[in-house]
Design a protein around this ligand. Structure first.
Ligand code: KIV
Ligand code: ZN
Length: 549
């Protein structure tokens, strides 16, 4: 066993999705999971199956398909993991979610800090020990690979942690994940905690993997995770772009590039193909609507930009003067000009395959139609354009309503007016005109009237996919449902979460992209409502049980 190999456990789809407003559709989760497999993560935590029927379905689909017949750096599909509170119903649901995977894992957790025991769980230490024994044992009977996390380990009494972890090992846990749930510890403290666990937990052997899961409330998640590795951890839990509860989780790109750039210092390796980092970062940002700040390490727009004259002069003389990593190592290459008006279906298919997209004939047909329309307006189509088109197309998979036509009159007029034609789920075209404060307001009013839905628009963001006046514009909107919840529960707080819905649109005309984005968000809202209605018609789900508890 190579004890210097550090497993990368990605929780973008679980803890990452717990970021306020980062809810993703099944199609988006599937795309991200495929991208993570291509990136070479060892474990994908695909979700919390007990949260809602939608979460269970998404985990099942990822377990069945991701990494199977796909190019991954190791040639193996990643382990697919589902989260479960330490209770039978959750563990059963997690197993239902992941059992189809070639390598399934159940991850179960129970808090160990006195604060959580007293105020949240209202349990004694001995009750916690007994529940960990029973529930880890229960999970181990279902699945050979079980991970246990003592939640809020960072603020737990180390002696009690050793006791609980020894019980988890005895009951069959193969990975012990140590969360700094509230991002409270310092690197020195967290490193010492990992060292203590490695040395003092009864039953600890080299076959048991110690993992670290750090939150970034004090900006120390990366430093704490690396301190954990220096002291014996062999798995790091991360999220792409560092998204996650509150200030987020350890950023995948940061720990991976720190261990690679400072390889002689850390002496560790990972299975990550770093050239896939940038595109995965962009996909996650686009699917979650969480934009990456320009000065973000590794994946920010300015991470490899040199502005000051002295720096530029140094760079021209020798790159290493101001650059500790080459941009191409993380996939920040100049976007290639690849295709144009005369490129055929085969060329588009081949280029997409190089980018890692293997589409069905139907999806290829739709993507090619959009490519041709774009090529009429834009001379050179880059990889970034092509990826924006195809991911936009794949994510629209669950559209109920779609934009058929749009006309807007705006300018210095006092009455910006929009006429919108939507294709409905009934196969009919529905038309509506509306006047608004501006063109977007007018369009959204017309859409509200046709779809019979009204969401509160929380955010409207426009970005261009590439430079140039003819660039594709990508609009992201965030819409809040007027209902209190659609049945989703947060695994840690156990509380119904009011959901917000992200919608995207990509077009050379940003008004059109804005309309597509709003329709996509309202479609998600409608789908969630339908799913909730269907779930309420069936037996009471975990959500009901939670409410009764
Ligand atoms: O932060 C945390 O404690 C978690 C656990 C569920 C591992 O996310
Ligand atoms: Zn967490």
């Amino acid at each position: 066993m190579d004890t210097n190999y550090i497993r990368i456990f990605d929780t973008t789809l679980r803890d990452g999705e717990q970021s306020p407003g980062a809810t993703m559709t099944k199609a988006e989760k599937q795309l991200i999971a495929e991208s993570l497999a291509r990136l070479g993560v060892d474990v994908i935590e695909a979700g919390f199956p007990a949260a809602s029927p939608g979460d269970l379905e998404a985990v099942q689909s990822i377990a069945e398909t991701v990494g199977v017949g796909q190019d991954t750096p190791s040639g193996e599909p990643p382990v697919i993991c589902g989260l479960a509170r330490a209770k039978v119903t959750d563990i059963d649901k997690a197993w239902e979610g992941v059992k189809a995977a070639k390598r399934p894992r159940i991850h179960t957790f129970l808090a160990t800090s006195d604060i959580h025991l007293e105020h949240k769980l209202r349990m004694s230490r001995s009750e916690v020990v007994a529940q960990v024994h029973d529930m880890v044992g229960y999970a181990a009977k279902l699945c050979p690979d079980v991970e246990f996390s003592p939640e809020d380990a960072g603020r737990s009494d180390p002696a009690f942690l050793y006791e609980v972890l020894a019980v988890a090992i005895d009951a069959g846990a193969t990975t012990l994940n140590i969360p700094d749930t509230v991002g409270y510890t310092t690197p020195e403290e967290f490193g010492a905690l990992i060292k203590g666990i490695k040395e003092k937990t009864a039953g600890m052997t080299d076959d048991i993997i110690i993992s670290v899961h750090c939150h970034n409330d004090l900006g120390l998640a990366t430093a704490n995770s690396l301190a954990g590795v220096v002291n014996g951890a062999r798995q790091i839990e991360v999220a792409v772009n560092g998204i996650g509860e509150r200030a987020g989780n350890t950023a995948l790109e940061e720990v991976v590039m720190a261990m690679r750039t400072r390889a002689p210092f850390y002496g560790k390796t990972t299975g990550i193909d770093t050239t896939q980092i940038m595109r995965t970062s962009k996909l996650v940002s686009s699917c979650t609507g969480m934009h990456v700040q320009p000065n973000k390490s590794i994946v920010g727009a300015n991470a490899f930009a040199h502005e000051a004259g002295i720096h530029q002069d140094g760079m021209l003389k020798h790159e290493e003067t101001y650059e500790i990593m080459r941009p191409e190592t993380v996939g920040v290459a100049e976007s290639q000009l690849v295709l144009g008006k005369h490129s055929g279906r085969h060329a588009v298919k081949t280029r997409l395959a190089v980018l890692g997209y293997h589409l069905t004939d139907e999806d290829l047909h739709k993507a090619f139609e959009r490519f041709k329309k774009l090529a009429d307006k834009k001379k050179n189509i880059t990889d970034a354009d092509l990826e924006a088109l195809v991911t936009d197309e794949l994510r629209q998979a669950s559209q109920l309503w779609s934009l058929a036509d749009l006309q807007v009159a705006s300018g210095t007029t006092d009455m910006p007016t929009a006429t919108v034609r939507l294709a409905g789920p009934d196969g009919e075209i529905h038309v509506q005109a509306a006047v608004g404060a501006g063109p977007v307001d007018a369009i959204y009013k017309a859409i509200d009237q046709i779809m019979g839905k009204h969401g509160t628009l929380l955010e409207f963001n426009v970005q261009s996919v590439t430079g140039g006046i003819d660039a594709l514009g990508e609009v992201t909107v965030r819409v809040e449902s007027l209902q209190s919840s659609d049945g989703f529960i947060n695994p840690q707080s156990g509380v119904d979460a009011k959901r917000t819905y992200i919608g995207h649109g990509t077009a050379t005309d940003i008004v059109v992209a804005g309309a597509q984005a709003y329709i996509a968000a309202l479609n998600k809202l409608l789908i969630a409502e339908k799913r909730e209605e269907a779930a309420n018609d069936q037996t009471p789900g975990v959500n009901e049980e939670e409410k009764q508890a």
